[in-house]
Design a protein around this ligand. Sequence first.
Ligand code: GTR
Length: 333
Amino acid sequence: MKRRDFIKFSAGLGATMATATPLSSAFAQTKMVLKASDVHPLGYPTVEAVVRMGKKLEAATNGRLTIQMFPSMQLGGEKEMIEQAQLGALQIARISVGAVGPVVDDVNVFNMPFVFRNSKHMEKVIDGEIGDELLAKISTNEKTGLIALCWMNAGSRNVYNNKRPVRTIADLKGLKVRMMGNPLFVDTMNALGGNGVALGFDQVFSSMQTGVVDGAENNPPSFIAQNHYQVAKYFTMTEHLIIPELLVFSRISWQKLSPEDQALIKKLAKEAQQEQRVLWYEAENAAIEKMKAAGTEIITDIDKKPFQDAVKPVWDKYGAKYAAMVKRIEAVQ
Ligand code: GTR
């Protein structure tokens, strides 16, 4: 089945789920299969965390509610996943905040370069009141069509390419680097001296292979899981972006659940946030080992200061509206 047909087919299923609701009850008490989607393959930390969440949900409801996982971009990229969730054709989507920024501007603050000191700082922020506040911003704004369930770790993003080792921003000059489809990221790469090119995640491998771009930027587990290590030899720990990820639920589908089921799903999602974190660090270590074994040249000894200074134009352009939030983020110890 082609992806387009599949999407139509899934939309049909979504509708069936709605009409299957017994008339005697306002909420579905019958079996319900919640479709979940991720761009990553089975076994990847985010995918595994949602699969485990599904097992718990199934056990807690005696099989009434189950999660069916569609991994590896089977339902399209993150933009498509958001659209399907908004239509109720997909119930659970695991997406990067990078893809949510264009839908909910408030979360773009997490997409600002070097906004977090490190991953631990980011974790404190998402686990605390700012994290809860931004989840609520997504959920209470009806226009999003989404209910935000929890956050997940995605480490930090680093530049890699197949031309030369990047040690200074001068080395980035002239490199075409794939960025996620959010103007803020293209501006970030351009400010760093490279040429940012917005492309879908599914196009990164072939674009590097054919020379459409010279490189991309991502965390080590994505670099391995998407086979980018096969086409990019030089990986520099620039850590220019530390972007958490989100688990969101379709608002249309959410409204068909009883308050008890909603509370159960929220609770299991909060557990998934912590479980995914453990899986994340394991995957990050394993990915770095795999990169070493594959002969990736990993450049760690860089002076980050010039990189941080170079993104000032991005902060000048986008930063003002997030100033108050950035102050609060910085104050989190
Ligand atoms: C990964 C992330 C995905 C997607 C991807 C990308 O790190 O887990 O959700 O955002 O990066 O670069 O498109």
